[in-house]
Ligand binder design. Sequence first.
Ligand SMILES: [Zn+2]
Length: 136
Amino acid sequence: MIVLAEIGDKVPSVLSTLVASVIITAVVLGLARLKWWLALLALPIFGFWNWICYIELQEPGFGNQIWNEMGAKYVVGRFASINIPIAIGVAAVAYFRRVQIRHHRRSNHLCPDCGYPLGRNPCSECGASVGHPRAD
Ligand SMILES: [Zn+2]
């Protein structure tokens, strides 16, 4: 007797993976608002998640069924739904961190590029042209 079991109900859907990834990304980015380096928590979490999905595909008798039944579209969609939200989130944190540093430097009359105290324009340390240096 041959038992044919569908694999589709034993693996998470792309949509549920995407929802979980967005929720974890939101939590990690919420923590990153407290301390930017807490965003680094995403590395082990998402690294482990990717590794689990990879191992699942390597499982004898299970991984090839995923490929055969669900297809490459599912596999690619699953990895994309895991990684795209956190990639966008980390890029956003890096961008806003950079904006925050430049704003802090400008408001403290430091060169926004290198942080050197501004005396004249352009910056005497790195040569960056600065909009309106303070006249001391
Ligand atoms: Zn400079």
